[in-house]
Design a binder for this molecule. Structure first.
Ligand SMILES: [Ca+2]
Ligand SMILES: [Ca+2]
Ligand SMILES: [Ca+2]
Length: 479
């Protein structure tokens, strides 16, 4: 009798275990790369210039949707909305931009004014407007030859997502373990970014959900690209499948990833998985360690050397600041010359310039959230940087296709850009004092493109010999 009970017990246990095994979803490998790579065919190129907008902080067109807005609190909604962007399309067009990247617009947690704390992947946050508003933005932008890029987050959801506890999303999240060691790949991919529930993208259900959702946004709204958030926190096999499934249906769709790392080899790896471009943190560090009082041109030169690791750098985004880093104007302590030097380099480099809203006025701001202040519209009437950005925009269209480093020491950098046989030489004095600069260069005539002044007297026997003002940048037309 006792023996019989034991047998019965074992049979039941085995049955449960076996059934359990049968029903258990098999997780997808994190590293297996099995989908073809079909990137580099998007409708973006180095002819594009992207204007980057934090939706909540740009323009408040409708006060009726300011549900959670409180302008006195830096870390909650301020009232900016999708219609507010549509209203300003002519302003953005006039600055020369061909595309706009907007921070995520999906329904967020209460204080997720920035959009990166998703609550519902299929709904637009009530503070930002409606799906109709987004469709209208895309249509109106397209009428003006402006493309729209949505910010898309698959790594995590907002801290208070109900999916953690609703019983319907078993195995949808990685175990709560906050990332501490950012050099440990497994921890970076599976751990939680601070308090953010980390989606288990190895679960085929989660993966299918996210890919379906991404395709749904493209189909519904006709947007032109995604800026992919927190790419290095999601396994490689995900990006390979995600890119393929989007490009299989929409080969012209543009995917640009945020991999917060200055190592171009690491960035290029994601390009090889199927993304078109990366936000270039290597060049960003090079720019910010060069164009400032006490900067060294060698920092940017080193970054330029590391560009060899990119196969298609023209699809990368190049930037001087963003919503995660201090505004450049603050970084250089409001020195207009260094600020212009950095802007000039960004507009001269043959990747895609990505300009953070407010750069053109120029706005100040330290670390997050100080770098996310409301756009100061009154300043657009008096800003001296707006004409400079318009000048750089035309300059880029006319001269920027090829790029070559010509000469440098620690305290100056000279580089040449050219397009359709037109050449321009750009010299930046990094030293915050007058500096004699001399280097070999082949030219008959040099003209200051900003004011038309002929500077050919500084050419002699195959060399340029010029005394430059503190932190000065010269943009020269060359014959
Ligand atoms: Ca509003
Ligand atoms: Ca909400
Ligand atoms: Ca993750």
């Amino acid at each position: 009798m006792r023996k019989y009970s034991v047998l019965l017990f074992l049979t039941i246990v085995c049955t449960i275990l076996l059934t359990g095994c049968d029903e258990k979803v098999e997780m997808i490998s994190k590293t297996e790369i099995k989908y073809p790579i079909i990137n580099n065919k998007s409708n973006f190129s180095k002819e594009d210039k992207i204007y980057f907008i934090m939706v909540d902080r740009f323009n408040d067109a409708i006060s009726e949707n300011n549900y959670e807005a409180n302008k006195n609190v830096k870390t909650t909604f301020h009232g900016g909305d999708i219609k507010g962007i549509t209203e300003k399309l002519d302003y953005i067009k006039d600055l020369g931009f061909t595309a706009i990247w907007i921070t995520p617009i999906v329904d967020n947690d209460r204080s997720g004014y920035h959009g990166y704390w998703a609550k519902d992947f299929y709904k637009i946050d009530e503070n930002f407007g409606s799906l109709e508003d987004l469709k209208e933005l895309v249509d109106e932008a397209h009428k003006r030859d402006i493309k729209i890029i949505l910010d898309y987050v698959v790594n995590h959801m907002g801290p208070s997502t109900t999916w953690l506890t609703d019983g319907k999303h078993e195995n949808w999240f990685h175990e709560k373990k906050i990332i501490k060691d950012y050099n440990n790949k497994e921890e970076v991919e599976d751990g939680w970014l601070a308090s953010l529930p980390d989606l288990n993208t190895e679960n085929p259900e989660v993966r299918e959900y996210l890919i379906d959702n991404a395709l749904w946004w493209i189909k519904e709204t006709n947007v032109d690209g995604f800026r992919l958030d927190t790419v290095r926190h999601v396994p490689e096999s995900f990006w390979n499948e995600f890119s393929y499934k989007i490009k299989e249906k929409y080969p012209k769709f543009y995917l640009i990833g945020e991999v917060w790392d200055g190592d171009t080899k690491k960035l290029e790896k994601y390009h090889e998985l199927g993304l078109d471009g990366l936000l270039n943190y290597s060049i960003y560090y090079g720019i910010k360690d060069t164009f400032k009082d006490g900067g060294f041109a060698t920092k940017l030169v080193n970054a330029l050397n590391n560009e060899k690791n990119f196969k298609n750098k023209e699809f990368n985004g190049i930037f001087i600041d963003n919503h995660d880093n201090p505004r450049y104007y603050t970084l250089v302590k409001y020195n207009d010359d260094y600020f212009k030097a950095a802007l000039t380099f960004m507009y001269s480099y043959p990747s895609i310039p990505v300009v953070y809203y407010g750069t053109e006025i120029p706005m100040k701001g330290g670390n997050d959230p100080d770098n996310r202040k409301d756009m100061m519209w009154d300043k657009t009437k008096t800003s001296k940087i707006i004409p400079y950005i318009k000048f750089l925009d035309k300059f880029r269209d006319e001269y920027v296709d090829n790029f070559e480093l010509i000469s440098n020491d620690n305290k100056y950098i000279a580089y040449e850009v050219s397009k359709n046989g037109k050449r321009s030489l750009i010299i930046s004095n990094i030293y915050n004092g007058e500096k004699e600069i001399s280097f070999e260069y082949n030219a008959k005539k040099i003209i200051n493109l900003e004011n038309g002044e002929d500077l050919s007297k500084y050419i002699s026997s195959g060399k340029i010999n010029i005394k430059m003002n503190p932190a000065e940048t010269l943009i020269l037309g060359v014959e």
